[in-house]
Each structure stands twice: as structure tokens, then as C-alpha cells.
Design a protein around this ligand. Sequence first.
Ligand SMILES: Cc1cc2nc3c(=O)[nH]c(=O)nc-3n(C[C@H](O)[C@H](O)[C@H](O)COP(=O)(O)OP(=O)(O)OC[C@H]3O[C@@H](n4cnc5c(N)ncnc54)[C@H](O)[C@@H]3O)c2cc1C
Length: 316
Amino acid sequence: MWDVLVLGLVVVATGQVELALTVVYFVQAALLVGIVLTSRPKVRATRHDLFERVHRFGGWGLSALFWVGAVLLVDERRGSESLGSALVGTPTVWVLVVTTVSSLVPWMLLRRIPIEVVRPSSHVALVKSGRRTPMAGTTRAISRHPLRQWHSFAVIPTPGQEGFRMAVSRAGDWTGEFIDEPPSQVWVRGVATAGMANYGTVFKRVVYMVTGSGIGPVLAHVLAARVPHRLVWVTRDPVKTYGQELVDEILAAQPDTVIWDTDAKGKPDMVKLAYAAYAESDAEAVICVSNKKVTWSVVHGMERLGIPALGPIWDS
Ligand SMILES: Cc1cc2nc3c(=O)[nH]c(=O)nc-3n(C[C@H](O)[C@H](O)[C@H](O)COP(=O)(O)OP(=O)(O)OC[C@H]3O[C@@H](n4cnc5c(N)ncnc54)[C@H](O)[C@@H]3O)c2cc1C
């Protein structure tokens, strides 16, 4: 839909501006169409690197071309006024100044931070950083190389302690390599952004339904205990996979946590389990962090029963 609209606008503009500007508009349209096409869920899931590259470099290219286009258009229409004063008097140029500064700010905050990585199993790496303590419930993107892949993970501050942790589970090439050959430093940029589980704060009591490393985005809320809750964690052998220390920490913070070990008991009926936790704990809503299939079935299962339920299907 967007691609068709963009192409339509470019065709309309053809002939009304000079050739150089027409070329800029066509290149911009091509970049926009590329961005829209690689954002489609199927491409984003199967060719994530391509999606990321097209977004980053396509986005930067578009920003530069918006400047080129604005200057060419102002130049075409300025009459006897000087180019400088015509640019200063054009509102579009000021909008471009604001958007360019906003895109540069995260990169101006780019820095490399030392980390410690503990690997309780080959499935997960627990990353620790002693630098700064972000707000509980936020996420942060990290990278091994600032121009290549960036991946977002939930940050888990421990109340009363400096720094934060992150859980990185094996979900593809980048995470696999991170776990097998952990770096001693990573790049971070921008500021930590609020994660989805913050929605829980609008309810009086919630149930967190999480599978595997879905514990990452919810653990900060469990430790910070801002909202009364019941946690249900469905995972492969929790001690073997995530380590005794993490399991003890969760149980100390929330002793009535239900930990379902799928290695010992097999996969549960997630909708039944969510409903039981909801009814027993007198909660107002269910928040699910899992894979797409489980999230859909828990959220729809709850909604069919008239229970408010939230669940993101993308982790960023
Ligand atoms: C908002 C958001 C934030 C996220 N943040 C992080 C993060 O910070 N770090 C991170 O590593 N990942 C994160 N993820 C990824 C996400 O948590 C995992 O992809 C997901 O939870 C699966 O976990 P896993 O990879 O450990 O899978 P697995 O270990 O393969 O599965 C986890 C458990 O779920 C069970 N299970 C799987 N399917 C079913 C089913 N149909 N019924 C019953 N049980 C089932 C399995 O048996 C297993 O015990 C995030 C996801 C979202 C949506």
C-alpha cells in the first residue's frame, strides 16, 4: 500500500521539477519500497540481517537524499533570493534539521562497555555490566560491531546493585556466536527504552506467563516488585539451563512462582496454566512473553474468556 502510494507521488512529481530532482525522488522511492518490502514479517523473520542493513543504510541514504532534494527544490524556486536565506526561510529545512539531529543523538551516545559473560548452559549467556543502572523494565540494543547487527535484550537491574544483566538465548547465528565465543566488550548506543512488560503497571495484579528466555524481560519486574504478580515460567530444566543462582534469585523474590520444567514434565497446556494462575492469584490481566505460537494461543485463549491479555510477538 505504502509502496504504491510513494511511487504514485513520484510519478505525479515527474515533469513538474527539474531532472536532478526527479532522479532524487525516484531513488528515494526505490529506497522506501526496499524498506517496506524487507519489513514484511516473513522477510524480517527469515532474512533478519538483510532487513537490518536495508533499514540502516536505506534510512541514512534517505535522510541524505531528503537534504539534497530540499536544497535542489529551494534552489529551483528561490528566484532572486540567495540560496542561504531561501533555505533558512523554508520550514521543510527546519523539519530536516530536527529529524537529522534526532537520528544523530543515539550515535553520539555510542560507546563500548566491558561485560562479563557467564554461560550456565550452551542455550544461554548471562551478560553482566557494572556500568550505569537502567530503569527496571527497559531494553537495550548491543552489538559487536557498530555498523553491523544490533540486537535488543531486556536489561535486568538488581535492586540495590550497580549495573545490570541481560539474558541472551540461542536464537540464530548472532546469538549462537555470542554464546560460543563471548566478547569481553560490546557496543551500546542511545538510551535504554521501555519494554512491553511495563504495561503491567496499569493493573493492580498480573500474571506473567513466560517460556524459556522470556524470563529476561519479566525478571526485572519480578525483582523490582512494582506490581503484585504471579510468575509462571515454563522452561527446559531451569537449573541446568539458567543456573541454580538465577533460579534461587527468582524464588527468593517471588516464592509462589510456578516453574514448569518441560524436560521433566513435558509441554503444558499454556492456556490452562495461564487461567489457573489468573484465577488463583486474583489477577486483573495476563502478560505473556514467549514464542509467537504460544503468545498467540495464550492471548487469544485469555481474551476468549474475557480476561485482558497482552503479548508481544516481536522482541524489538
Ligand atoms: C518482548 C520480548 C523480549 C524478549 N527479550 C529477550 C531477551 O532479553 N533475551 C532473550 O534471550 N530472548 C528474549 N526474547 C525471546 C523470547 O523470550 C524467546 O524467543 C522465547 O521465550 C522462547 O524461549 P527460548 O528461546 O528459550 O525457547 P525454548 O527453550 O525453545 O523454549 C522455552 C520453553 O518453552 C517450552 N515451549 C515451547 N513451545 C511450547 C508450547 N507450544 N507449549 C508449551 N510449552 C512450550 C519449551 O518446551 C521450553 O521448555 C524476547 C521476546 C519478546 C517477545
